[in-house]
Design a protein around this ligand. Structure first.
Ligand code: DP6
Length: 361
């Protein structure tokens, strides 16, 4: 599919007003998206577990304007209160989406959104937030063009979510989603995420992710700045090639449930992401001393208890602890006994693999 496929012919219906709500989850990348080209095209393919508990709920109420406006008409409420500092990101998203959603300037939108996780947790809400908005707008478009089929709706929602935030395109469906063209994965695209199309061993079907909140502060490096650091980065090309290689390596690992190899790929990806940040210009260290304490304890515990837990990181200090269902009791105990002391205010979030966004009404 190309961008053109996401432009529909004339709408066949008209609608004065309505409302729609979606709950959309966050996701955690196993192979990381870090670096992008123009128009939100990723520099390399990535794959993620869709999460379940960490989610954004968004309601959009829309009302037709008397005449088409020259600019987007919307108000934004976050947890019931107007949030002007969130508006520029939404406006950028609407601008990028306008060519594909020609109704955007014909309506006033009231966007009410809330997160299941604490706002100040340091967990990025752009993936869940942008995917929820994209889905709501697709529901509006479906009202204007009822012959649209479900497959198209899902693909276009992912396509639009990507225009808001790259990783958001991996939050529409579950449980494993790949985004970015890769020769080895049939149907993969730079424009939207797809459900991972190959066999996945049952051990991964109910994987756990406990998110240890090491640093709940504002992100030190925004993702836009972060991705930009890969332009002219001395190791960029090698890194992009490595992501492709890791996707190939991951395929038999996912199929066979080979946890030892899974751990090697996932942890190496996390450290490479941070390695890229440490070796860019300007350079950043986003891990905190407690991030390293946690990583070392995970390694010690894994070896001593012959466990299969491992970690991954996003562009910050928090640690995602990944482990299979059959280890959940021992790992919970270990987290409580040894890792919680390294979390800010002892806070952590128990999440697990999820199956994608849901329409609420
Ligand atoms: C480190 O999706 O937040 O989490 O496209 O600029 O919104 P934008 O970036 P964003 O980047 C996420 C980067 C990451 C890795 C990943 O999720 O793959």
């Amino acid at each position: 599919m190309t961008e053109k496929d996401f432009e529909l012919p004339e709408y066949t219906f008209d609608k004065e007003e309505g409302s729609v709500a979606y709950k959309s989850p966050s996701n955690i990348a196993l192979i990381k998206y870090w670096g992008k080209k123009k128009n939100q095209v990723p520099a390399n393919p990535s794959i993620s577990f869709t999460l379940d508990a960490c989610a954004t709920t968004t309601k959009i109420t829309y009302k037709k304007l008397k005449g088409a406006a020259t600019d987007f008409q919307f108000e934004l409420l976050f947890e019931g209160t107007p949030k002007p500092d969130f508006k520029p990101k939404i406006k950028t998203f609407l601008k990028r989406s306008e060519a594909y959603l020609p109704f955007l300037k014909a309506y006033h939108f009231k966007i009410e959104t809330s997160n299941s996780f604490p706002h100040s947790s340091g967990i990025a809400s752009s993936a869940s937030g942008m995917s929820a908005i994209a889905l709501c707008l697709m529901a509006v478009e479906k009202d204007l063009y009822p012959q649209m089929n479900e497959d198209y709706l899902v693909k276009k929602a992912s396509f639009l979510a990507r225009l808001g935030s790259g990783s958001a395109c991996r939050s529409i469906e579950g449980d494993l989603v790949q985004w970015g063209r890769h020769a080895g994965v049939t149907g993969s695209s730079d424009l939207f995420g797809i459900k991972y199309p190959y066999k996945v061993h049952k051990v991964f079907r109910n994987y756990h992710d406990t998110i240890l909140l090491v640093d709940k502060g504002e992100k030190q490096v925004s993702s836009t700045v972060g991705h930009d650091l890969m332009h002219g980065h001395p190791f960029a090309e090698k890194r992009f090639a490595q992501a492709h290689e890791n996707l190939d390596r991951l395929r038999p690992v996912l199929e066979q449930g080979n946890l030892k190899e899974f751990i090697k790929i996932v942890e190496s990806e996390a450290l490479t992401l941070h390695g890229m940040m440490m070796t860019s210009h300007p350079y950043f260290i986003l891990m905190k001393p407690n991030t390293l304490e946690i990583i070392n304890r995970i390694w010690e515990f894994r070896s001593a208890a012959k466990s299969n837990l491992c970690f991954t990181l996003d562009a910050g200090a928090n640690v995602h602890v990944l482990y299979p269902e059959n280890e959940k009791e021992v790992v919970h105990q270990f987290i409580k006994n040894e890792l919680v002391v390294f979390c800010q205010n002892q806070q952590y979030i128990c999440d697990r693999i999820g199956f994608g966004a849901k329409r609420l009404y």
